[in-house]
Ligand binder design. Sequence first.
Ligand SMILES: Cc1ncc(C[n+]2csc(CCOP(=O)(O)OP(=O)(O)O)c2C)c(N)n1
Length: 353
Amino acid sequence: MSETPVQLLSPDGELTDHPDHPLDVDAPLVRDLLRRMVLARRLDEEALHLQRQGELGLWLQCRGQEAAQVGAVTALDDRDRIFPSYREHAAALCRGIPPAGLLSQWRGCSAAGWDPDEHRFGVYTLVLAAQLLHAVGYAMGVQRDGADEIVMACLGDGAASEGDASEALNWAATTSAPVLFLCQNNQFAISTPARLQQRAPLHQRARGFGVDAHLVDGNDVLAVHAVTATAAAAVRSGSGPVLVEALTYRMGGHSSSDDPSRYRDDAELAGWTARDPITRVERLLGRRGWTDTAFSDELRRESDELAAQVRADCLALAAPGIDSVFAHVLAGGSATVDAERSAHAAYAASFLD
Ligand SMILES: Cc1ncc(C[n+]2csc(CCOP(=O)(O)OP(=O)(O)O)c2C)c(N)n1
């Protein structure tokens, strides 16, 4: 049987304390978390519009998952390393990745639009769960170097069904690697509901591997922030990996290519809409008198500006020359790749236009 998820903020905006996950909640913290979620949602919406207008090949919305990502990343230190999957746009914004960097992959302009070292944020991984093994391997290196950082590895409920996920959990447990696994259980793996692909909830499965685990309301940014802070402190103390399962909901389709109304019903969607991560924080700010017109006007202005910037930056992304495909195959180059580059150049030159 699954346990009750940790919650600090009810969907009505009512705040309660949790004995195991204390958090000093004040206006600056709540405003900061809200701002990050609002900007992430605006980026997400604008990117979807761009996809619909043919400017992006594909977009995978993170709408609904802003609290899980913002709550978790803001509970880490900047030096901690994150290994994302492919829907972590809100997390990426928290790490200062420029929106154009995020969009360039989905516009087909690059395989990764940012420097993972600069932002301490790995490239998006589309092969499910592969990043978990990268994260554990990296964390084992951190451990051997005695480096002052921990690693956060992101996965979805669907990725948890991959063999690589079990392998990563087991390796992390047996080596006591400093990894915090963040599972955003958004209820679906494309069209497959989580209940059809697991008999035991993921937080329980993690414990079976010897990985301590927490279950949290993933639409409650304060709860995710508090639980991740507890988990990060444990991982940092050297006591081994921890998994945080954030129960959330993917409000959009799996990607801009599918129609979610084919596999889920309106009542379910309405139930989760009532638990929207942004609305409940706005309610808290209202209840406490922590908001005013100046704050909301400024946030609206900032998000309009972001949307305009996202659009302008996207349209300015130039298609890469074919040479770049050959340039990044092998460090130092190779005669075979050079021959292939020449063969392609000759082929391209054979066309009349
Ligand atoms: C190894 C592998 N198998 C299958 C796929 C196809 N695939 C892409 S996304 C996806 C579902 C992922 O669901 P989840 O991990 O819950 O993440 P979400 O997309 O819901 O964020 C699948 C099966 C893949 N990308 N990689």
